[in-house]
Ligand binder design. Structure first.
Ligand code: HEC
Length: 200
């Protein structure tokens, strides 16, 4: 982490997130959450997640649900380029994740599920399997773990991905490749996994 934060750009981002954290959060200020003059991997993962989850919810509610289901002006489609349609929320999320992966190794994120429409989104590591069960049982609590993958060490955080809009459940329940068709509004449909690189 110290090595990562020696990167001036990351230091700026971390300082920004830290400032937002200081301004907005009255909750826990244990040494695991904040350290003087730096930011813990957990606080960084939580801050990244707050941004990712908010953007995802806004897109699902104000773009997909409003324009597809309420105003009925444009559809969301897996084949959004051919169909001249809106990309699915999961595709928006992945395009962002891929762009980040091209910019930095310092952190990465993905959307996974025990009931994936796309088999590629199944949990792959032990922490992902345990973490998805944990957030399915207790969606308000994030799951945290340390992982060694290849030669690298990561701080891994998993957060519940919840059906925040009727569009989420309508599409998944009706999708031919979905292994589940009984999702209800507010259910945990999967998880967002965020990995912070600690050492290489
Ligand atoms: C119009 C259809 C549609 C809508 C709306 C939609 N999804 Fe999906 N979702 C999909 C498809 C298709 C995939 C697989 C995409 C891929 O990985 O290529 C997917 C992927 C996912 C995944 C990853 C695991 C998997 O199933 O492959 C999660 C978790 C998920 N969606 C949750 C949600 C949530 C929560 C919402 C609402 C915020 C939502 N979806 C809205 C169709 C939809």
């Amino acid at each position: 982490m110290t090595r990562l934060l020696s990167n001036p750009c990351l230091r700026l981002v971390a300082a920004g997130i830290f400032a937002i954290g200081l301004a907005c959060c009255s909750s826990p200020s244990t040494s695991d959450q904040r350290e003087a003059g730096s930011i813990s991997p957990q606080a960084m993962a939580d801050a990244l997640h707050a941004v990712l989850e908010s953007d995802r919810t806004v897109y699902a509610r104000q773009v997909v649900h409003r324009l597809q289901d309420q105003e009925e002006v444009i559809l969301a489609s897996e084949h959004w380029q051919d169909d001249k349609a809106l990309p699915l929320p999961a595709q928006m999320f992945r395009m962002g994740a891929e762009m980040v992966a091209n910019k930095t190794d310092a952190f990465s994120y993905a959307l996974i599920s025990k009931w994936p429409v796309n088999k590629q989104n199944e949990p792959g590591t032990e922490a992902e399997i345990v973490g998805l069960d944990s957030v399915a049982n207790n969606p308000s609590a994030a799951f945290y773990a340390r992982e060694s993958l290849g030669d690298a060490e990561y701080f891994t955080a998993i957060y519940a991905d919840v059906a925040v809009s009727p569009a989420c459940i309508a599409c998944h329940n009706a999708h031919k490749d979905s292994p589940r068709n009984d999702f209800e509004l507010g259910d945990t449909m999967g998880g967002v996994v965020i990995r912070i690189l600690l050492t290489e």
